[in-house]
Design a protein around this ligand. Structure first.
Ligand code: NDP
Ligand code: 3IO
Length: 477
């Protein structure tokens, strides 16, 4: 189906690659002409879209490949529609919305599969900890038989079927190195590199950043970690506790990852100690049989955030008791306000607290330094340990590749506070950076696909109108 739209100008490329080196320099000036010719060509094809009667509703983005300026080493691809960077839930949701509205697109993905965070960087026993209705993407619900909290496998299968349903076929193994807006041609230039070293430049009118809040692991520098000598992994490489039986494992961090890794280690008869260096909100996953998250969202419809926070804390205290005595100090800011202001997710307890109470998970304060086979804590206590799991969180990687400083801040999140962080200038969009989980990503995705589709359709209408006018002109002569 896509063949008709992929026009690789092979003859041009091979002709040029035969030109000797000196002449290649000369032809650089020509290449801009080639570029604009290609743009014109692409635009005229867009204009003639209605002349393809058999065009499927699910059309692939038309891409025109031609020789590029960089000594012709990099293939250049014109994308007649948006480029979406990232094939996680956010990127897929935008792609689905565009597909529904007949807007072509290209999805670029550095990994060799969709949703690589879920497929490759999560542990085996992971379950979504929000109920399924908050985790499904637009226009395609979870299968009815899915449980309230789908497993990682079920979620991945859902995403695979989502991509299949909307005929989304990302360009895998293409890692975006840089993206910048070209003021001259008023288009985005997105450069990718593949594992074999081949490079491609995509040129497009719209750029959708869907690389996520968790694109890179955070690995803190801790004194003496190099001298430790034992195994040190990040939580994203932790699959299960089966190889840790009987081992003393230091889990650094007490977010949802730290808690769930510690719990999994316990369930595999390992001996975890979990570092809590500051404070943490722990809430039960359910209150009186109802999801805590759902309850909070419901209350937020009627009550101010500070009051919902107070109610949540009273309920948490009633159900969990005083957790301070186990070393789990609560932050002075309420759980929802903390999530909103600092992006720090409260822990939704799925059993770790029980293991903390029974001392199967030991809670320890911050780390002073590591030494051979040992860790020294800030209270001076020394522990012998076999392994370390760094559950120290994730960060966005946008500043490393997007050459733009107005819309995105240095931390890789949009500057504008929710709900304004989805749309920048010059066709730039961000999806899945609202710190509101998958439902936040879905809401962004719907706004973005509608916004782009509107311009796309207006453009098309204008061009359609131009054609008959032109014909009329001819007929009067
Ligand atoms: N089942 C599910 O749905 C799951 C969802 N998640 C989600 O994934 C996201 C990421 O969670 P997570 O990986 O836990 O990351 P978080 O960023 O939530 O937590 C990182 C933790 O590491 C601690 N930390 C960082 N550096 C150090 C250090 N040098 N010494 C000691 N502690 C340190 C932080 O402490 P401090 O607060 O003091 O900085 C914090 O407790 C969250 O949104 C979470 O909800 C995660 C796991 C499971
Ligand atoms: O998992 C995340 O990162 C989310 O943003 C969603 C989320 C999980 N648990 C929560 C508790 C309060 C607010 C949002 C979340």
């Amino acid at each position: 189906m896509s063949h008709r739209y992929f026009l690789y100008l092979k003859p041009l490329q091979s002709t040029i690659s035969l030109i000797p080196n000196k002449l290649q320099q000369l032809s650089l000036s020509l290449s801009y002409n080639i570029f604009f010719l290609a743009l014109k060509f692409a635009n005229s094809c867009k204009q003639n879209q209605e002349s393809y009667p058999s065009e499927p509703t699910f059309s692939t983005a038309r891409m025109f490949s031609f020789a590029d300026t960089d000594m012709f080493s990099r293939r250049c691809v014109w994308v007649n529609g948006p480029v979406i960077v990232g094939a996680g839930p956010s990127g897929l949701a935008v792609a689905a919305g565009l597909r529904e509205q007949g807007v072509p697109f290209v999805v670029l993905e550095r990994a060799d599969c969709i949703a690589s965070l879920w497929q490759k960087r999560t542990y085996d026993r992971l379950k979504l900890h929000l109920p399924k209705q908050f985790c499904q993407l637009p226009k395609f619900p979870f299968p009815d038989h899915y449980p309230e909290y789908p497993t990682k496998r079920q979620f991945i299968e859902y995403l695979e079927s989502y991509a299949r349903h909307f005929d989304i076929n990302p360009q895998f193994n293409e890692c975006v190195q840089s993206a910048k807006y070209d003021q001259v041609c008023r288009l985005w230039r997105v450069k990718t590199v593949s594992p074999d070293g081949s490079e491609v430049e995509y040129i497009c009118q719209w750029l959708v950043v869907a690389t996520g809040e968790n694109a890179e692991r955070v690995v803190p520098e801790i004194d003496g970690l190099k001298e430790f000598g034992g195994e040190v992994i990040h939580a994203c490489d932790y699959k299960s506790g089966e190889n840790y039986k009987g081992k003393k494992v230091l889990v650094v961090g007490c977010g949802n990852s730290g808690m769930e890794v510690s719990l999994d280690l316990c369930n595999h008869e390992a001996k975890p100690a979990m570092v809590v260096r500051s404070s943490v909100h722990v809430l039960p996953r359910e209150i009186f049989g109802k999801s805590t998250f759902e309850l909070a969202m419901f209350m937020l419809k009627w009550l101010p955030l500070w009051l919902v926070d107070k109610i949540m804390l009273v309920l948490a205290w009633m159900i969990l008791g005083n957790i301070q005595k186990y070393g789990l100090k609560r932050p002075s800011t309420g759980p929802l306000e903390l999530k909103n202001t600092q992006g720090k997710t409260p822990v939704l307890d799925i059993g770790a607290l029980e293991k903390i109470r029974s001392r199967e998970i030991q809670v320890v304060p911050g780390i002073r330094r590591f030494s051979c086979g040992m860790v020294e804590l800030v209270n001076g206590e020394k522990l012998e340990i076999d392994s370390v799991v760094l559950a120290t969180g994730y960060r966005s990687n946008v500043p490393y590749w997007l050459q733009e400083t107005e819309f995105f801040s240095k931390n890789g999140f949009p500057n504008a506070p929710f709900p304004n962080g989805w749309k920048g200038k010059a066709g730039l969009y961000a999806v899945g950076f609202t710190r509101r989980g998958l439902s936040g990503a879905s809401a962004d995705a719907m706004k973005i696909s509608q916004d782009i589709a509107k311009v796309w359709k207006d453009d098309l209408k204008q061009k359609k109108q131009k054609v008959p006018t032109h014909r009329r002109c001819i007929s009067t002569f």
